[in-house]
Design a binder for this molecule. Structure first.
Ligand code: NDP
Ligand code: OXD
Length: 309
């Protein structure tokens, strides 16, 4: 019985050390570095291992995602008994909360407009608002959505959120399900997508939802590129329905050269850096989870495979 790691070399070194200290009786092997008998692999830790790679391990029991999301892994191709666990670690959570605060402040203070004016060589006054006048709506009230809310709260934004099941968060107008979406969209003017990519959420940032947001809203997507319909975004920005967009994720990644997102004056791109799995904190989380697994205890971040997240 071994755990196999497939991913960044540097992370593999750090995790090998942590696992050797915390779970010495479970051999931790690094793909491309250590000799591995595929039949011995019970646990696999990977960011985006393709289906034909994962298929090599007939005795796989648990697939640990190196990231918070799992859509980059071949979940649908896994036998039903294989458990899938996503990464819930403070490095990702804090990183995302910082990114959301940065993006919301940038949108709220019209940074896209001022940057474009500067590039055009113009000194243009525009009236500014205070945070309480900006209504931030968070799509997804999970680990990241809740952390983003706690980062935004002291800045004074008016906050709302949308999730699949009902939530109660002090000071936040919470909406849930398909029946709560319309009121949620009408009630904010800066939207932050922190949803997992599932069959239900694919393409959720589209013409229809943009049409239900107040005119001139801003959109921030730090979930997955598949949440956004690219042509609909460009049409909404060009028509003034939306004011600006900040995108950390795109489909595909990287965006091909010449893609209109690169040059659109109202789109701001970051290359999937909103939150990164931190080697040390994530290694401890992995070790904790492996210990739980070996003790038969519930795992942190176990994915409900029927729900898709
Ligand atoms: P969680 O699983 O903790 O939270 C997901 C949230 O989305 C929950 O509130 C859930 O509702 C809600 N949700 C799921 N499906 C629906 C739906 N159909 N309708 C409404 N709400 C829905 O995930 P995390 O917060 O940890 O991560 C979210 C995503 O962020 C990841 O899946 C990943 O794609 C992305 N991510 C991006 C990163 C980046 O660098 N850009 C870094 C890390 C993650 P409920 O509470 O009712 O279950
Ligand atoms: C993740 C990511 O899912 O970095 O963790 O996108």
């Amino acid at each position: 019985m071994i755990m196999l790691y497939h991913g960044l070399e540097e992370r593999g070194r750090v995790w090998a050390q942590i696992m050797a200290e915390r779970v010495p009786h479970l051999p931790f092997r690094r793909w491309g570095h250590d000799a591995v008998d595929p039949a011995e692999v019970r646990f696999l830790a990977a960011w985006n291992a393709p289906a034909d790679f994962v298929a090599q391990f007939p005795n796989l029991e648990v697939l640990f995602s190196v990231g918070a999301g799992i859509d980059q892994l071949p979940i649908a191709d896994l036998p039903p008994q294989v458990r899938v666990v996503r990464m819930v670690e403070q490095g990702i959570i804090t990183g995302m909360a910082e990114y959301v605060a940065m993006a919301c402040l940038a949108m709220h203070r019209d940074l896209p407009f001022f940057i474009n004016e500067q590039r055009a060589g113009r000194w243009t006054y525009r009236h500014t608002r205070l945070a309480a006048e900006t209504r931030v709506g968070i799509m997804g009230l999970g680990e990241l959505g809740k952390a983003a809310i706690e980062m935004l709260r002291p800045l004074g934004f008016t906050l709302s959120g949308w999730s699949r099941s009902a939530h109660e968060i002090p000071g936040v107008a919470c909406h849930a399900g398909a029946e709560g979406l319309e009121a949620f969209l009408a009630g904010a003017n800066t939207f932050v997508c922190l949803l997992p990519l599932t069959q239900e959420t694919r393409g959720i940032l589209c013409r229809e939802t943009f049409g239900k947001m107040p005119r001139g809203s801003a959109v921030i997507n730090a979930g997955r590129g598949g949440h956004l319909v690219a042509d609909d975004l460009i049409a909404a920005l060009d028509s003034g329905r939306l004011r600006a967009a900040m995108l950390d994720v795109t489909d595909p990644e990287p965006l091909p050269a010449g893609h209109p997102f690169y040059s659109h004056p109202a789109i701001f791109l970051t290359p999937h850096v909103a939150a990164e799995t931190r080697h040390a904190t994530a290694g401890e989380v992995l070790a904790d989870n492996v210990i739980r697994l070996l003790e038969g205890a519930p795992l942190v971040g176990e994915v409900d495979r029927t729900r898709g997240y």
